[in-house]
Design a protein around this ligand. Structure first.
Ligand code: AQP
Length: 359
């Protein structure tokens, strides 16, 4: 069965971009078709200046919203990254395979490092290395498919490269994963700056629809969306990014096609009104379920506890195999497991190492 893994960072309140680009597919398709794991990747939230209490609060909120968006613990595994040590264990090994140059080419690193510098803050080393942790998140589970929005495609590409490199150097250990992108709304844009991604760490929040925004707030944000000069409603991502963004949001919410929808509207106002109502309707059931789940926090905690236990049992053998393959001496109780691991170091060599150390 195909193994699917994907995660979400508790770096801010979850947005319509997170929902349309990733979460909705996880609930509607992935958990039914695959052996799927979904994770609140809280370690990633420590890569920028952060408030510990806020990260804790947002982690719980993200898990609750994932359940509210339809993830079913009977069908998939939902857990918090820091509850499973295997992610951090594997990340170090992959840092020994990744290069400084490839880390510095990551677009998110360049953008976020520039943001930190502009605020006069120093850049954390973890901001540079977190794509390796993300590769570890994915590779620890023998993942085949990683359903993400377009902004994460480069990081999944890195996970692929590291898997291939590790396998070539140390023997086949990892499945090589691939990113799967949604057909529509792979990159929902900020409503105020439609050339910028709708992101949860946006400062003003005016161009960002949050999953827990009240219907009237959603309506206001969509009605005030920046559109382009011109009168005709046409779908052109390059020349008319504001309009294209609205058409894509409407298409994603109604199951339509942005190009076809552009022919239906004669005015920007009508398009905005329908888009606002479509978003309100998509968010309504999520908000209702979120409210119910908040009334029973023990339920969410139980799901996360069981999820972490299950995730550990899946990740452990792969991460242990990577430790052996790369040449680390197994702890005494694991020595039996070391036999045969690695490309050049067979059982005989392992035994010699143990004997030499004893002398
Ligand atoms: N605008 C978006 N359009 C489509 N998909 C998106 N995703 C995020 N934003 C959009 C997808 O949601 C999943 C989880 O995202 P994440 O938590 O890894 O990243 P983020 O929301 O972009 O969070 P950041 O980096 O903390 O926020 P910003 O960018 O504001 O600084 C992923 O599958 C992602 O592709």
């Amino acid at each position: 069965m195909t193994r699917v893994f994907s995660g979400i960072q508790p770096t801010g309140h979850l947005t319509l971009g997170n929902y349309l680009g990733a979460m909705r597919r996880w609930a509607a398709a992935d958990q039914h078709q695959a052996d799927a794991l979904f994770c609140v990747v809280d370690l990633h939230a420590l890569t920028m200046d952060h408030d510990p209490a806020r990260v804790r609060r947002l982690s719980r909120q993200a898990a609750t919203l994932l359940l509210a968006s339809g993830l079913d613990p009977e069908l998939c595994t939902l857990f918090v990254q820091s509850h499973v040590d295997e992610h951090a264990r594997l990340s170090y090994l992959l840092e020994c395979v990744a290069t400084d140059g490839e880390m510095r080419r990551m677009i998110q690193y360049k953008e976020k490092a520039a943001k930190e510098a502009a605020r006069g803050r120093s850049v954390r080393v973890s901001l540079l290395t977190y794509p390796v942790l993300m590769a570890a998140d994915i590779l620890a589970y023998g993942t085949d498919d990683v359903p993400v929005g377009e902004d994460q495609a480069q990081h999944v590409e890195l996970a692929r490269d590291l898997a291939v490199r590790f396998n070539q150097r140390y023997g086949h250990t990892f499945t090589v994963p691939r990113a799967t992108l949604p057909q529509v709304a792979a990159r929902v844009m900020n409503l105020q700056e439609p050339t910028r991604k709708m992101g949860k760490s946006d400062e003003s929040g005016l161009g960002v629809v949050y999953l827990l925004d009240e219907p009237d707030v959603v309506r206001k944000k969509v009605m005030r969306a920046v559109t382009d000069s011109g009168r005709e409603v046409v779908y052109d991502r390059e020349e008319r990014p504001g309009l294209a963004n609205l058409l894509e949001i409407l298409a994603a919410c109604t199951g339509g096609n942005p190009e076809a929808l552009s022919g239906v509207y004669e005015s920007y106002g009508a398009l905005k009104k329908d888009t606002a109502e479509a978003v309100v309707e998509v968010l309504r059931p999520v908000q209702e379920r979120h409210r119910d789940l908040c009334a029973d926090p023990g339920q969410v905690e139980g799901v996360l506890r069981d999820g972490a236990e299950k995730a550990r049992t899946i990740a452990r053998p792969t991460v242990d195999a990577a430790y052996r393959a790369i040449g680390l001496l197994p702890a005494a109780s694991d020595t039996g497991a070391a036999v045969g691991a690695g490309t050049e170091t067979g059982a005989g060599t392992d035994t010699a190492v143990v004997l030499n150390t004893a002398r």
